[in-house]
Design a protein. Structure first.
Length: 56
C-alpha cells in the first residue's frame, strides 16, 4: 500500500502514518518497494518472518 492508501484506510493523520512507517523500517519489519505508477511514492508491506524469528 502507499502512504495515501494507509491514511485513507486507517483514518490516521499523515504524520502518524509516517512516524509508524519509519519505526517499522527501523525495526526491519517493513518492506519498501518502488511504485511504478507514481515514482514520487513507495509501496509498503510487512516483511514475512521466518518461523524461528517468530518464536523468539
Amino acid at each position: 500500500m502507499t502512504q495515501k492508501e494507509i491514511i485513507n484506510k486507517t483514518y490516521l493523520p499523515a504524520r502518524t502514518v509516517r512516524y509508524a512507517l519509519n519505526r517499522l523500517k527501523e525495526e526491519n519489519l517493513l518492506q519498501q518497494r518502488f511504485y511504478f505508477q507514481d515514482a514520487r511514492q513507495s509501496l509498503y508491506g510487512l516483511k514475512t518472518l521466518a518461523p524461528e524469528v517468530m518464536s523468539a
